[in-house]
Design a protein around this ligand. Structure first.
Ligand code: GLU
Ligand code: MG
Length: 467
């Protein structure tokens, strides 16, 4: 891969090629039409983490890029299952926003059917970016990071399970669509046609990837996306999930990105990998601290560690997310950092083999709105670097076996996580009152939805999420 990053030591802090000069929408339309693309899906991700879309014919690209397409602000009050909890302030029938595609991020989605894709940003009628737009928030944080002389590369790891569709009217349940053992080459072979199709579809969608393989759980797979600037990493996650979903449907299967698919299986994570440089100097390797951390790298880690509970409603947005976060599932539900420790919420992958060190934010799952998560992580990282901080020693071994004072559990319910989020001055300042408050409202709506369900019904309600 040209611009790479990954889950192991080969997460590269190499720069990506400079963004080429933006062609005009008209020139871009001609070029895309010549490649057989005919229509454009413009997406944004709402507060609940659902990807919402409008489709337009490519001929209208120039107009749509300047005027946008209509989208009601109520979309941020849609819950995980699409229902609107009326207690949210955004649950109103009035108002309109203009969703404009970001032409610098436009790429093919499914060239065989003529679809291209672009992430959108919602604007008000006044032409300003909507203050609650999640991608707008992420872009602002990335710009502030750069203005402070900092730069980051990020890449998501996607875990998902494939299952057979359940007969209509059945009580539901989950039957893995592919057999084979954990990380098993037998599962690779059993699912070879599928994984080949996924790989080809990712290539066709111009989504650079580093690894694709069976994960631990039954019918579970994992994809590591290559590193890029953080905003683009969030974009790539959105597009890659759509690609996987489309291929799974072609095979007649359901792909579940849900944090938990059944109570007895491991969950699906959506880990975020991050490397940071300051004035071009890597912070997470090449220093004199633990595992080669620089003093600034230690401050970065200490600041992130402190804000982990507050980041949880952004990293793990569903009530069922907190069922995934049980010890022993490598979902890393402890507020600790560790060197290559897969139960630590922050896993340091030290520099080695010519690669700089990087961090894996391991606790996140795919219910996260990646723009909110990435933007918030950048805000916390920037704040952390404003002063020296003392980093506690890394946790080695199983955090569950350590004293609670040394390895505290992260919030164990969404309600608990929301309290930490509300109390965070760093996130409050970065997000602004209205964005923070409406995210809180969305999470509390999810709490109310889950309160009415048994554990089993809760898992079932988002099992096929987000399809
Ligand atoms: N499936 C685990 C999770 O829920 C992660 C396994 C791993 O990649 O370490 O996050
Ligand atoms: Mg994994």
């Amino acid at each position: 891969m040209a611009c790479g990053a990954e889950s192991g030591n080969d997460f590269l802090a190499r720069g990506c090629p400079a963004v080429p000069e933006l062609p005009s929408a008209t020139a871009q339309t001609t070029e895309l039409m010549q490649r057989g693309l005919r229509r454009l899906a413009i997406t944004f991700v709402n507060h609940a983490g659902s990807v919402l879309v409008k489709g337009v014919p490519l001929e209208r690209l120039a107009l749509v890029a300047s005027q946008g397409v209509g989208f009601s602000p109520v979309a941020d009050a849609f819950g995980a299952t699409g229902l609107i909890d009326p207690q949210q302030s955004l649950a109103r029938p009035d108002g309109d926003l203009r969703l404009k595609p970001d032409l610098t991020a436009l790429r093919p989605l499914d060239p065989a059917s003529g679809w291209a894709w672009a992430p959108g940003v919602r604007h008000g009628r006044d032409g300003e970016v909507y203050s609650l737009d999640q991608r707008g928030f992420c872009a602002r944080q990335q710009a502030a990071f750069a203005a402070a002389g900092l730069s980051a590369l990020a890449g998501f790891e996607i875990e998902w399970m494939v299952g057979l569709p359940q007969p209509v009217g059945s009580a539901g349940g989950w039957t893995p669509a592919v057999v084979g053992g954990p990380y098993g080459a037998d599962r690779l072979v059993q699912g070879l046609d599928y994984l080949t199709a996924v790989a080809e579809a990712l290539d066709a969608a111009e989504l650079p990837w580093l690894q694709l393989h069976p994960e631990y759980g039954a019918g579970q797979f994992e994809l590591s996306l290559a590193a890029s600037p953080p905003l683009e990493a969030a974009d790539r996650l959105v597009a890659a999930r759509l690609v996987i979903q489309q291929v799974s449907r072609r095979f007649g299967w359901i792909s579940s990105f849900a944090p938990l698919v059944t109570a007895d299986l491991v969950g699906n994570g959506g880990h975020l990998h991050l490397s940071v440089t300051d004035q071009g100097v890597p912070l997470l390797g090449g220093g004199m601290g633990t595992a080669g951390l620089t003093a600034r790298g230690e401050a970065l880690l200490a600041g992130l560690l402190e804000q982990l509970p507050a980041l949880m409603p952004l990293a793990c947005a569903l009530a069922v997310s907190y069922e995934r976060l049980a010890p022993g599932r490598w979902a890393a539900p402890f507020q600790v950092w560790g060197v290559e420790n897969r139960e630590a919420a922050l896993r340091l992958v030290p520099a080695g083999g010519g690669e700089p060190g990087h961090l894996e934010f391991k606790v996140a799952d795919l219910s996260a709105n990646p723009y909110l998560l990435v933007g918030a992580v950048l805000a916390v990282a920037q704040n952390a670097l404003q002063q020296p901080r003392v980093l506690p020693p890394p946790l080695s071994g199983d955090p569950a076996a350590a004293a609670a004072a040394v390895a505290p559990r992260l919030p164990q319910t969404l309600t608990e996580a929301v309290r930490a989020f509300e109390a965070s001055a760093v996130l409050g300042e970065a997000m602004g009152e209205q964005l923070q408050r409406t995210v809180v409202e969305a999470r509390l709506a999810e709490v109310r939805r889950s309160d009415a369900l048994t554990d089993e019904a809760l898992i079932a309600s988002t099992r096929a999420w987000p399809s």
